[in-house]
Design a protein around this ligand. Sequence first.
Ligand code: PRP
Ligand code: URA
Length: 209
Amino acid sequence: MSNVFVFDHPLIQHKISLLRDKNTSSKEFRELASEISMLMGYEVTRDIPLKEVEIETPMGIAKAKIVSGKKLAFVPILRAGLGMVDGMLKLVPMARVGHIGLYRDHETLEPVEYYCKLPDDIANRDVVVLDPMLATGGSAVDAVKFLKNHGAKNIKFVCLIASKQGVKRLTEVHPDVSIYCAAIDEHLNDIGYIVPGLGDAGDRLFGTK
Ligand code: PRP
Ligand code: URA
């Protein structure tokens, strides 16, 4: 599992525990999801290239480094992925945001696509797919396939909680895609929910149900 990164930073682990707690309100859930995403984003963007520039400080000229023109796109999978966009954009405000709408059919657990809007130049951008949950892996596999069909080449997948099964499926189908998460949980229940997980991420974010 060389391209799977599990964040063991204490602050991320602490916030994930609060997120899992069934007594955490939607307001707190949204805040935590955003904060964790920002903390994860720090590491996810570690390989952004830099270029050298000269900056005039009040004391003279400094040879300094700034992010080079490399283009990033964040692509949340609707709807729960929306909860991770804010945190990422705080770190990289110039990134573009695409949206892929998928929901899992409750009977088959297969993802159904209902919306897609990507930046025109998605093929020339490094893409970070955002979805808090990697359960069976069906949604992630389809979203990545979709992005590849649109020409995207360098794709990372960032989630909050993954299942062993989801990680296996995504790495098998898309071995070139690195997975970043804060926890890999043991198993799925018979309706495809991660156990212990955190429940339904979309419902908890938006207060539905
Ligand atoms: C959730 C979650 C993922 C998907 C994960 O979305 O946000 O997109 O399920 O499950 P999978 O790995 O088995 O495909 P859901 O379908 O509940 O839609 P929602 O975000 O609109 O609530
Ligand atoms: N989607 C969720 O929101 N939670 C799960 O545990 C699985 C899929």
